[in-house]
Design a protein around this ligand. Structure first.
Ligand code: NDP
Ligand code: 2IT
Length: 461
C-alpha cells in the first residue's frame, strides 16, 4: 500500500490520513499503467493532510474522490494523409477534468509519448494551477501521439484539421478552451482555429487561445509562461535576499517556455549559461546568445547542437541529464516531465544552486523535490511557477469577449500582478499551515482550497 498521506510509521493513522491513502489506492487500482497520473495525484495528496484536518467538510463531501476522477475523457481517431498519399492514424485525447471554477482550460500536446496517463497528469495539475491564477477557469488538457518533427507544413495542417474535426464536437468558448503545449504553437492553433470556424460557420474567437495576433490572439501570450516564470523567481529570490540580476541560470529545453524565460532573465541582468533540446545541451560559461538560439529553434526548427557552429566558444554535450551538472544559482527545468531526477538534484545542490523553479509540468521527480526542500533550496513548483501562460490565455479570453485588445504593456503588467498574487497565495498557505516558505505544500493547499470550496458550494453535479 502506498502512503501519500506521508504520515510516519505509527500504527495509529488519523482518519484524514486513511482517507488520503484510500482514495490514492483506488486511483491506482482503477487506473492501472498510468504512472504519471499516479505521481501527480500523490504529489498533491502529500500536501493535503493539514487542510483536511482543518476543514472536515472536504472529507465529508467526498471532494478528493471527485477531484481525481475526470468529468469526461474523450479519446478519438485522427486519420491523416502524408505528402506521399500514405494514410496514418493517430490517437487524440481531451480530458475535461474539472469545471468547478469555469470552463475547462488547458493546452494540447502533440508528442509521440502522449497517452491517457500523460494527459490526465497534465489535466489534474492544470486544475490546481488554474485555481492559483485566480482566473475563472476550470482544468482540462489534451493532445495526440503525433510527432510533428520531420513533418511538412501541409502534413501538419492536415493533421490539425483532422484532429479538430472531432475535437470541435466537444469544445466551445463557454465549455472548453484548448491552447498550446509541447509541439503546439501559434501555427497549429491557427490551423485548428480555421477548421473549427469552418465547421461552426461562425467566428468564435474565444474557443482557442494562443492565436495569432492578427485574428484575436493576445499580445504577450507567446512570452507569458517564460516571463511569468521569471516574475515568480524574482519573488522567490527576494525572500532569500538574492536577485536575478547577476545570477547564473541554467535552463533545460529550448522551446516556447525556455526561450522566453531566458529572454526575461537576460533582460533583468542574469547570465544564462546553458539550454538543451531532446538530444543534448549547450554550455557557455560566458553566457549564451539568445538570438542564435531563437534562430535555430523558432526560425529553422533545427537542433540545438548547431549553436556551436556559430559560437565555437560554446560546448555541446549529448544527452539531456548532464545539464544539471553545470554550476548555477538558478535552475529552470523547462522541457518535460521527470527530466530532473534525484541524481541531478544532488549535483545541483553540490554545485551550490540557490533556487529551482519549474517551467515545465512535473519536471522534478518526487525524490528530487524532497532533496531540494530537505536542503532548504528555494523551490518553485510547476503549478504555481509556470501559471503565467494559462493566466494570459484567460486574459486572451477576456479580450475576445470584449472584442478589444490590450497593449503588450497592459497584458504584461497584469501578468506580473497575477504571478505576484500566485506567489503570495502559496506563501500565505505555507505560513498558515506551519511550513513557512514550503511552496510545494503551499501551492497545493491554496489551489486545492479554491477548487474544493467551489465544489462544495455547487453540490454533487
Ligand atoms: P515546446 O514544444 O515549445 O518545446 C519543448 C522543449 O522541450 C523542446 O526544446 C524539446 O526538445 C524539449 N523536449 C520535449 N520533450 C522532451 C523530452 N521527452 N525529453 C527532452 N526534451 C524534451 O514546448 P513548451 O516550451 O511549450 O513546453 C515545455 C514544457 O512547459 C512542457 O512541460 C509544457 O507542458 C510546459 N508548459 C508549457 C506552457 C505553454 O504555454 N506553452 C505553459 C505551462 C507549462 P526538442 O526540440 O528536441 O523536441
Ligand atoms: O500547461 C499549461 O499551463 C499550458 N500548456 C497552457 C495552457 C493554456 O490554456 O494556455
Amino acid at each position: 500500500m502506498t502512503r501519500p498521506s506521508n504520515t510516519d510509521n505509527s500504527r495509529e493513522l488519523t482518519k484524514e490520513a486513511r482517507y488520503l491513502d484510500e482514495v490514492y489506492n483506488t486511483v491506482v487500482t482503477r487506473n492501472p499503467n498510468e504512472s504519471e497520473f499516479h505521481q501527480a495525484v500523490a504529489l498533491i495528496f502529500k500536501s493535503l493532510l493539514p487542510i483536511l484536518k482543518k476543514h472536515p467538510v472536504y472529507m465529508e463531501k467526498g471532494i478528493l474522490e471527485q477531484l481525481v476522477e475526470p468529468e469526461r475523457v474523450i479519446t478519438f481517431r485522427v486519420p491523416w494523409m502524408d505528402d506521399y498519399g500514405k494514410v496514418h492514424v493517430n490517437r487524440g485525447f481531451r480530458v475535461q477534468f474539472n469545471s468547478a471554477l469555469g470552463p475547462y482550460k488547458g493546452g494540447l500536446r502533440f508528442h509521440p509519448s502522449v497517452n491517457v496517463s500523460i494527459v490526465k497528469f497534465l489535466g489534474l495539475e492544470q486544475i490546481i494551477k488554474n485555481a492559483l491564477t485566480g482566473q475563472p477557469i476550470g482544468g482540462g488538457k489534451g493532445g495526440a501521439d503525433f510527432d510533428p518533427k520531420g513533418k511538412s507544413d501541409n502534413e501538419i495542417m492536415r493533421f490539425c484539421q483532422s484532429f479538430m474535426s472531432e475535437l470541435a464536437k466537444h469544445i466551445g468558448p463557454d465549455t472548453d478552451i484548448p491552447a498550446g503545449d509541447i509541439g503546439v504553437g501559434a501555427k497549429e492553433i491557427g490551423y485548428m482555429f480555421g477548421q473549427y470556424k469552418k465547421m461552426r460557420g461562425s467566428f468564435e474567437a474565444g474557443v482557442l487561445t494562443g492565436k495569432g495576433i492578427g485574428y484575436g490572439g493576445s499580445l504577450a501570450r507567446k512570452e507569458a509562461t517564460g516571463y511569468g516564470l521569471i516574475y515568480f523567481v524574482q519573488e522567490m529570490l527576494k525572500d532569500i535576499n538574492l536577485s536575478i540580476n547577476g545570477s547564473t541560470v541554467a535552463v533545460s529545453g529550448s522551446g516556447n517556455v525556455a526561450i522566453y524565460a531566458m529572454e526575461k532573465a537576460i533582460s533583468l541582468g542574469a547570465k544564462v549559461v546553458a539550454c538543451s533540446d531532446s538530444n543534448g545541451f549547450i554550455y557557455d560559461e560566458n553566457g549564451l546568445d539568445l538570438d542564435t538560439v531563437k534562430e535555430i529553434k523558432e526560425v529553422n526548427q533545427d537542433r540545438i547542437e548547431t549553436y556551436i557552429d556559430k559560437h565555437p566558444s560554446a560546448s555541446y554535450f549529448e544527452g539531456c541529464n548532464g545539464i544539471w551538472g553545470i554550476p548555477c544559482d538558478v535552475a529552470l527545468p523547462c522541457a518535460t516531465q521527470n527530466e530532473l531526477d534525484e541524481a541531478s538534484a544532488k549535483k545541483l545542490i553540490e554545485n551550490g544552486v540557490k533556487a529551482v523553479a519549474e517551467g515545465a509540468n512535473m519536471p522534478s521527480t518526487p525524490e528530487a523535490i524532497e532533496l531540494f526542500i530537505g536542503n532548504n533550496i528555494s523551490f518553485g513548483p510547476a503549478k504555481a511557477a509556470n501559471a503565467g501562460g494559462v493566466a494570459v490565455s484567460s486574459l486572451e479570453m477576456s479580450q475576445n469577449s470584449m472584442r478589444m485588445s490590450w497593449s503588450f504593456e497592459e497584458v504584461d503588467a497584469k501578468l506580473q500582478q497575477i504571478m505576484k498574487n500566485t506567489y503570495d497565495a502559496c506563501y500565505a498557505a505555507s505560513e498558515e499551515f506551519d511550513v513557512t516558505g514550503n511552496l510545494e505544500i503551499g501551492s497545493n493547499i491554496a489551489g486545492f482550497k479554491r477548487v474544493a470550496d467551489a465544489m462544495v458550494e455547487q453540490g454533487l453535479v
